[in-house]
Design a protein around this ligand. Structure first.
Ligand code: UDP
Length: 354
């Protein structure tokens, strides 16, 4: 079975790493080039031993429509040439949507990993990507029962929906063993901010970073800075202030990142993946958004939503979150075998087609 995986952005490198570890014959990988910097892309391929992409489309840095359109065109060319038996897309980026559209037009079966998530905020480009990808996929691999139910409620045939758990949990468990459990000596908060809805709105961005700077007066704040956020901070003249007050770092490789996550007292983020990793590593989390797709974390108190418009005392929230009592041992995201289950389901489906 010729499996083609489409990736392009950082969270997809992490997810594809979990899958390719379990595929015996090397899958065909198409890298769209959405993220192209060394520390946003190749570091993950090297460190996590992801097979080299056979095709690198180098489509980055374009507006939403142009980027997605160009990706569809170029991915289709590869499909004509390679004739894959199935296509796997991950998450919710433009690469996800482009891969799904290109495959659906050629009637190539599509598997969507991390299907059924919703923020119900249609202003987010990711939300449109998720909804459309789900509705043209043939196998929908969901991380939670809630996600499966969402798809059923949207009228998707239940036979296509497979609750396999979260693939990021597989990989977090695998690498957790390798990072050891050496504790950092100083307490710190780890922050990541990169969602377009936060970086593209100067008021929101300023509010978030002024609060982080405030927090840093009482607590070290470490932040590996996404290139988009760095640029946006520069534009509003806040980068220098942040660099003086916060421990600003370049984006990190996965192992360094999860090491920092697992040793943090608190994580502040707007990332989808980092919200879950906080839970995997038993660290309370604040999400700087008005809503989240990972609602079960908020409902159970592991995560707290803080509106990026709100002026709050971050130190108060820090104390509130670090003093709470947590019941970490709930299997919210499956048992760490999502990749095995996905491959099993693909194999059975392929056997039926032949
Ligand atoms: N990540 C990383 N280095 C960093 C920041 C994040 O390795 O400097 C990892 C993080 O541990 C998680 C993934 O990237 O596995 C999340 O990606 P991102 O936050 O870019 O996207 P999202 O999950 O919001 O779609």
């Amino acid at each position: 079975m010729k499996i083609c995986c489409i990736v392009g952005a950082r969270p997809q490198f992490v997810k594809v790493a979990a899958l390719t570890r379990k595929i015996k014959s090397s899958p065909l990988i198409i890298h769209t080039g959405q993220h192209y910097e060394e520390n946003m892309s190749s570091v993950f391929f090297d460190e996590m031993q992801i097979p080299k992409p056979k095709y690198h489309l180098e489509i980055g840095g374009l507006p939403q429509g142009a980027m997605t359109g160009k990706m569809i065109e170029e991915i289709e060319k590869v499909f004509f040439k390679e004739k894959p038996d199935c296509v796997i897309v991950f998450g919710d980026t433009n690469s996800t949507l482009a891969g799904a559209i290109a495959a659906s037009k050629l009637h190539i079966p599509i598997g969507h990993v991390e299907a059924g998530l919703r923020s119900y905020n249609r202003k987010m480009p990711e939300e449109i990507n998720r909804v459309l990808t789900d509705h043209c996929s043939d196998l929908l691999f969901t991380p939670t029962q809630v996600a499966s139910q969402t798809l059923i409620d949207e009228g998707i045939d239940p036979e296509k929906i497979h609750h396999v758990g979260d693939i990021m949990y597989d990989i977090a468990l695998f690498y957790q063993e390798q990072i050891g459990n050496e504790k950092e000596k100083t307490d710190y908060v780890l922050a990541t901010i990169h969602r377009a809805e936060n970086t593209d709105d100067p008021d929101r961005l300023r509010n978030i970073f002024e609060q982080l700077v405030d927090l840093s007066k009482g607590m070290q704040v470490k932040i590996p800075l996404h290139p988009r956020t760095k640029l946006a901070l520069k534009k509003i003249d806040l980068l220098d202030t942040c660099q003086r007050a916060l421990h600003v770092m370049d984006p990190l490789g996965y192992l360094d990142m999860i090491r920092l996550e697992s040793n943090a007292k608190l994580i502040i983020t707007d990332s989808g993946g980092v919200q879950k990793e906080a839970f995997f590593f038993k660290v309370p989390c604040i999400t700087m958004r008005t809503e989240t797709e990972w609602i079960e974390l908020v409902e159970r108190g592991f995560n707290k939503l803080v509106s990026p418009y709100e002026k709050i005392d971050m130190m108060d929230v820090y104390h509130e979150m670090t003093n709470r009592r947590y019941q970490w041992d709930v299997p919210l995201y499956g048992n760490g075998t999502a990749a095995d289950q996905i491959i099993g389901l693909l194999t059975v489906r392929d056997g039926r087609r032949r």
